[in-house]
Design a protein around this ligand. Sequence first.
Ligand code: ADP
Length: 264
Amino acid sequence: IVDAHVVYVPVSKHRLLVMVLLYDITELKEIERMQLDFVSNVSHELKTPITAITGFSETLLQGAMEDKKALAEFLAIIHKESLKLTDLVEDILSLARIDANTELNLKEINLREYLTELLKTFKPQLEKKKIKVFLEITETAVVSMDQNKLRHVIDNLIQNAIKYNNFQGKVWVSGTLTETSWSISVRDNGYGISQDKQERIFERFYRIDTSRSRDNGGTGLGLSVVKEYVAAMNGEISLESQVGVGSKFTVKFPIGLNAQKKIL
Ligand code: ADP
């Protein structure tokens, strides 16, 4: 896409210089389009739970709350939709935060201790689906990292490994250290993702099975936030997956650029 400007410069009494300036605005237009898409997606996603909350609460106020069964049923829906709204707003705020603040707040962390602590917070969710989690770290590594950003990333990957997994499924969290990089992988033996969707799942609002993801409280924003956080940490994210077998998400960071390796 090209934008053109014509500039007339009189160089003498009888001569006029005509300059045509051509600007390539393809990228600008693309950003503009993405921003518009984002706003329209956000409004759509926010409207769905808001409409449900407004509708069901109005019905209750108009008399349905006299009926005990309807009261319990409608309140449960209102509660579920408000939780969805909370998740959505949190994800949108995370995206806004990463846009505004890409600075790293580095601190030395022991990977094993860090992941052990993180895994403890998943206990209720793991127990609910009777999912077993295994932590695999070969070396004790201390890496200099932005704890909050890393937490956001690993938290999201583990949440998904639980959400898109079967009852009594398994999740493996592993930390690996090489001479030039360190990485964390989150693997599950859950639903898996077909080859053609593996790139798309990192797009904002993309969900493979909308109804299943919604039932699981999914917003479709999680992995796009993860991708941006990983990029802000100078890292890369990769995925290996097979439908019906499981998925493995790996985030890899270079040593030296933003992380210092130290073997204990
Ligand atoms: P959501 O909020 O829907 O979970 P995400 O951006 O985190 O959004 O993920 C996008 C989609 O990718 C999900 O809706 C789900 O279909 C798929 N997905 C993500 N993680 C996994 C996984 N570990 N196993 C299978 N599918 C997954």
